[in-house]
Design a protein around this ligand. Structure first.
Ligand SMILES: *Cc1c(COP(=O)(O)O)cnc(C)c1O
Length: 517
């Protein structure tokens, strides 16, 4: 077996070199994000990011705990012990994100409740953190619910928004008194029938969709259609259901669309009340925006230069000039980027404030909800996990393809750092294994699936000090969706291990890796 020297290949300013491993725990709580006040960390992260950067750089926002992992001695030994890739999670950043969102609602004296959208990451440490922080959990499957109950979640703090609801799932919700977000007529009939069977009453929220926003109907596959299904309210009275609220979840990150949907939900609440129901909440779902980058100019430059490359005005910056959703026909750039917008100016709590301070008629949204005696619920996933995770993989080879492009082979596959988007547009970070400085190299990261399309990242990266077998590549900020949403065991590769790091830096395997579901 190969013996690694655990000396990080990083250049650090003298002031931070000695405190490298414990800077986060001594100077300040390591749940604070990197900002202009933390100049030492600023230096550290800039140097760390120099060893691997995109042709058009997209420098990742880093949390202090990530920098400690990258600059410290443990990453290589952890990957040796647990395999590649390895998912790292740090849950106290989630607690910080929850506090940040709650504060915005508190400032407006709003009755407000956050539910963590669990499908964004499978780790049970995050469920534990949600419970510890006193928030609810939005579940998308029977196993997700059962696992939450095993972690001692209160059933009243769960909501089930599963896209497909089997009898067995519905029975579990009815037995436990878990609120079901009802999506369609068949589901409603099944819930009613199973209630009658067990002589129980189901707790439900009506999921609605198809909102009219700025003259256009917002497309969705989910929920009762606000136009076509408006009469559903009249059919509910005879059913063994307690209708507790109105639910929606929209694609995208447009605050204005949420305001439109809340206004429509208020009309449904009124109709429910007129029919004798006693709904108490509107659930606005998730979609709180996240920024993966600090620098908006990097994002703008990337989009612009990528467009130029597609139009043949410059060298490609993606593998075989991949369009990431856009393409060129008749000399024109068509289509839209199918990537998460890595930089967004309004995120998490600012974005929520924008929604709450918008007007419905002449009343602010927050005041409108209060005067209607309604609780506002939300189900953020990605934005609660912002800053909570990092994925680390080992470099196994460098080679050239038939066209001479350099390929860097990683011990991981593309399902282990990917969502339904085309690409995760953030520069990874190189964690070298020694001080050996090689010739600079540029190339693409490829993975273990045996297909030509198996790229871990479609962007070309520069490695000014080279890269070699045994080095590590870290993908920052992967906890929201990137780790687990698409992960597969194709080729019989084992799934990645999930390691939880606590505030003291101690590590333990997440309990999900011991469960058999
Ligand atoms: C996926 C999902 C969420 C979470 O969305 P984010 O973009 O991660 O905040 C919330 N609610 C429902 C119903 C969902 O399907």
């Amino acid at each position: 077996m190969r013996v690694f020297k655990f000396a990080p290949q990083v250049k650090l300013p003298p002031a931070t070199r000695s405190s490298m491993n414990n800077a986060a725990s001594t100077n300040r709580p390591s749940t604070e994000p990197i900002g202009q006040n933390h100049r030492a960390d600023d230096f550290r992260s800039r140097d760390l990011r120099e060893l691997c950067a995109g042709e058009l750089p997209l420098s990742a926002r880093l949390e202090p705990w990530m920098i400690d992992q990258i600059a410290g001695p443990s990453a290589h030994s952890l990957v040796n012990q647990y395999g590649s890739p390895l998912n790292l999670t740090f849950t106290s950043v989630m607690a910080r994100n929850i506090d940040e969102i709650n504060r915005v609602a508190q400032q407006r004296h709003l009755d407000f409740r956050v539910f963590f959208a669990r499908k964004s990451n499978k780790c049970l440490a995050l469920v534990d953190q949600a419970i510890q922080s006193g928030i609810g959990i939005d579940t998308a499957s029977e196993n997700e619910i059962r696992q939450c109950l095993t972690r001692d979640a209160n059933p009243a703090d769960l909501i089930c928004t599963a896209a497909i609801k089997t009898d067995s799932l519905i029975r579990l919700c009815i037995d436990q008194g878990i609120c079901i977000a009802v999506d369609n007529h068949d589901e409603l009939a099944a819930i009613a029938e199973l209630c009658q069977e067990s002589s129980k009453t189901a707790t439900v929220a009506l999921r609605i969709g198809g909102f009219q926003h700025q003259g256009q109907k917002l497309f969705t596959r989910f929920g009762f259609d606000i136009d076509r299904d408006a009469s559903i309210v009249n059919q509910l009275g005879s059913l063994p259901l307690s209708v507790q609220g109105i639910h929606f979840h929209l694609d995208g990150y447009d605050a204005g669309q949420r305001v439109t949907a809340i206004a429509e939900s208020l009309r449904w609440i009124n109709r429910l009340r007129e029919s004798g129901h006693r709904p108490s909440f509107i659930d606005m779902g998730g979609g709180f925006p996240v920024s993966y980058l600090d620098d908006p100019t990097q994002w703008e430059a990337f989009l612009e230069q990528h467009a130029n490359a597609l139009l043949g005005r410059r060298e490609p910056i993606t593998y075989q000039n991949h369009g990431l959703g856009r393409h060129v026909a008749d000399g024109k750039l068509l289509g839209e980027s199918n990537c998460y917008p890595s930089y967004q100016s309004s995120t998490r709590s600012d974005w929520l404030a924008e929604v709450l301070d918008s007007k419905i008629g002449d009343q602010m949204v927050a005041a409108c909800l209060q005067s209607n005696h309604l609780q506002l619920r939300c189900e953020p996933g990605r934005s609660l996990l912002d800053g909570c995770g990092m994925t680390v993989a080992r470099v196994e080879f460098r080679k050239q393809n038939s066209e001479g492009d350099w390929l860097i082979g990683l011990s991981m596959n593309r399902t282990q750092c990917r969502t339904t988007h085309e690409e995760f547009l953030v520069d990874p970070i190189l964690i070298g294994q020694d001080h050996h400085k090689e010739a600079s190299i540029s190339g693409y990261l490829v993975g273990a699936y045996c297909t030509e399309s198996e790229l871990i990242s479609l962007r070309r990266f520069h490695f000014p000090n080279g890269i070699q077998r045994g080095d590590l590549i870290a993908f920052p900020n992967t906890a929201g969706y990137l780790m687990h949403f698409l992960e597969s065991r194709s080729h019989q590769f084992p799934l990645a291990s999930n390691l939880v790091i606590d505030q003291s830096g101690a590590t333990s395997l997440d309990p999900i890796d011991q469960s058999t579901d």
